[in-house]
Design a protein around this ligand. Structure first.
Ligand SMILES: NC(=O)C1=CN([C@@H]2O[C@H](COP(=O)(O)OP(=O)(O)OC[C@H]3O[C@@H](n4cnc5c(N)ncnc54)[C@H](O)[C@@H]3O)[C@@H](O)[C@H]2O)[C@@H](O)CC1
Ligand SMILES: Nc1ncnc2c1ncn2[C@@H]1O[C@H](COP(=O)(O)OP(=O)(O)O)[C@@H](O)[C@H]1O
Ligand SMILES: [K+]
Length: 505
């Protein structure tokens, strides 16, 4: 799914109105009724009251329409409207419709408001949406302070949390509504996908309002929301004559004393995603552990007992994943550098300490084979690139890195960002906070290595792998609370993830 910029969203709204022969009022009504349908699932309409805070524009118009539809559905609503000289036509029309139905609108000024929130209320923020052009003025502070601190049942924003920009950074000290849930129209807005937005948007749902497909497909974008449709297109379908040679041989290099489990997880994940054969290369101390943990994985050991000094030959392998549990012993670091220089044509998956070693010696970066995949979590990324002042700046830095070194970087997180050498970024849509637990990154390394072994190119590998990893994590929630997820549970659900994408039972 494409992630659109503000001007594209505005054009798309306009084209939808033209091409579907509907009025802008009708489109607003469609948007409002979709939100009310979703609200019916989120809340028992009769149990709570909705306090709807509306602005002067079409975001406020949405709020007014939602108020009317909620009232018609039997909910108790209280409507506040920013007092203004001018309202958009659809906003005014919705005001009239509320008047006609005897639904009272309380007007307020930002500097002098009469808004009251009670503990059973659900706040709906419809003050500013995609029309936000500048940071909200300090005269609004007391309104937002009240809305953000009042004890209530739920905080919902329509389209965007008011005060938050959709595709540029919002300063940390800005006046912004803090939403538990954002119902955003058409496509996810870029800012909603970035970790720094979590302070204002805990979660979001994309509300499909049937915007014009033809216009949508004509838009250019560098940013995508990685969804099932994209991944389904990329998956290969093996024939009945397939043999394990076709599915490739993966090599997982890693492990040090006390960190053999990381290699076990990555190796098992590589096998479980479909690699034909998997060999693990680890220090001697890992031999018995690995062989007794996973019967299907072959094992090669270094001469050292507790860490890796000499790295293996790679000719027999179609894919290599390196770094999990590796450690940074001086001999390991030396061996790793030599190994990189010997394999400048072999695209690999780099994780954990492999990334840390690259970060501590930038001169090694030039030896990365084109098409390599690096999977840093934010701390590792910081070591690699230095700091950044906002997530928007971070994206630009990563794009510069992937273009310069011709590699794919997966910035791991809630919406892991897959950054391609072209500068295209795919934000993952699967996964949950229960995956923030030991070893889940090792599982991802194994998945990516196993996909590379099957002949997927690096870009497709990263897209498929990150999506399936998150989806498998979501399947674990069918029988476990997020706190109880173990990395190995994710491996066990890879089959469900594959089946879901291919619509198999
Ligand atoms: N037909 C359409 O175009 C549709 C629009 N929709 C809604 O319309 C919204 C966009 O509406 P608008 O373009 O009217 O804009 P908004 O309602 O988001 O903002 C209202 C107005 O506030 C002003 N403004 C911007 N920044 C301000 C600031 N810092 N302080 C004070 N005033 C400021 C601007 O003049 C802007 O037009 C979307 O977010 C969505 O909620 C939906 O109803 C779907 C259909
Ligand atoms: N809040 C979250 N929502 C979804 N996925 C998450 C979340 N937090 C972490 N993850 C995923 O969990 C994995 C964690 O990887 P990593 O930090 O390397 O863990 P480890 O080093 O323990 O293996 C990544 O794939 C990341 O995208
Ligand atoms: K809003």
């Amino acid at each position: 799914m494409k992630i659109l910029k503000t001007d594209q969203v505005q054009l798309l709204d306009k084209q939808t109105i033209d091409n579907q022969y509907i009025s802008s009022f009708k489109l607003m009504e469609r948007a409002a009724s979709k939100v009310v349908e979703i609200l019916k699932d989120r809340h028992k309409l009769y149990h709570n009251s909705f306090v709807i805070i509306c602005g002067k524009g079409n975001n406020g118009g949405d709020g007014l329409a939602i108020a009317r539809l909620l009232k018609e559905a039997g909910a108790f609503v209280k409507v506040y409207l920013h007092q203004n000289k001018k309202y958009t036509p659809d906003n005014s029309q919705n005001q009239e419709m509320l008047d006609d139905r005897g639904i009272k609108i309380e007007k307020f000024l930002p500097s002098k408001h009469n808004i009251v929130i009670k503990k059973d209320d659900i706040i709906i923020d419809a003050l500013f949406g995609m029309g936000l052009t500048e940071a909200i003025d300090s005269e609004w502070k007391q309104v937002f302070d009240l809305l953000n601190t009042a004890v209530c049942q739920d905080r919902i924003s329509i389209d965007m949390p008011s005060g938050m920009f959709a595709d540029i950074a919002t300063a940390n000290d800005s006046i912004v509504f803090k939403a538990d849930m954002v119902y955003t129209f058409g496509s996810p807005k870029l800012a909603l996908l970035l970790p720094e937005s979590a302070q204002w948007a805990k979660d979001f749902t994309v509300v499909d309002i049937n915007l014009d497909e033809q216009t949508l497909s004509s838009f250019e974008t560098k940013n995508y929301y990685l969804d099932k449709a994209i991944v389904k297109e990329l998956l290969h379908t093996p024939t009945k004559f397939a043999h394990k040679g076709i599915f490739g041989h993966s090599l997982i290099i890693g492990g040090s004393y006390g960190k053999i489990g990381a290699v076990a997880l990555a190796s098992k994940a590589a096998l479980s995603i479909g690699s034909g054969l998997v060999t693990a290369y680890l220090p001697k101390c890992g031999y018995s552990i690995l062989q007794s943990t996973i019967s299907e994985v072959m094992c090669l050991t270094d001469n050292e007992a507790d860490y890796i000094r000499l790295f293996p030959e790679t000719d027999s392998y179609q894919a290599i994943g390196i770094g999990v549990g590796l450690g940074q012993n001086a001999d390991t670091v030396k061996g790793f550098a030599a190994f990189l220089k010997d394999n400048t044509n072999k695209a690999m998956v780099f994780d954990a300490d492999a990334i840390n070693i690259l970060a501590s010696d930038n001169s090694l970066l030039k030896f990365l084979a084109p098409g390599s995949i690096l999977t840093p979590h934010p701390k590792e990324l910081e070591r690699l690139l230095g700091g950044w002042t906002s997530d928007f700046e971070k994206m630009e830095l990563v794009k510069g890195f992937t273009a310069k070194h011709n590699v794919v970087v997966v910035v791991k997180g809630a919406h892991s960002e897959i950054v391609l050498p072209s500068g295209d970024i795919y934000f993952n849509s699967t996964g949950n906070w229960g995956m923030a637990t030991a070893g889940t990154g090792d599982v991802l390394t194994g998945i990516l290595t196993g996909l590379l072994a099957q002949g997927y190119n690096s870009e497709h590998t990263a897209l498929i792998g990150v999506y399936l990893h998150g989806l498998a994590g979501d399947f674990v929630l069918e029988d476990k609370h997020p706190h109880c997820i173990l990395a190995s549970d994710i491996i066990n659900k890879l089959s469900s993830a594959y089946k879901e994408i291919l619509n198999l039972e």
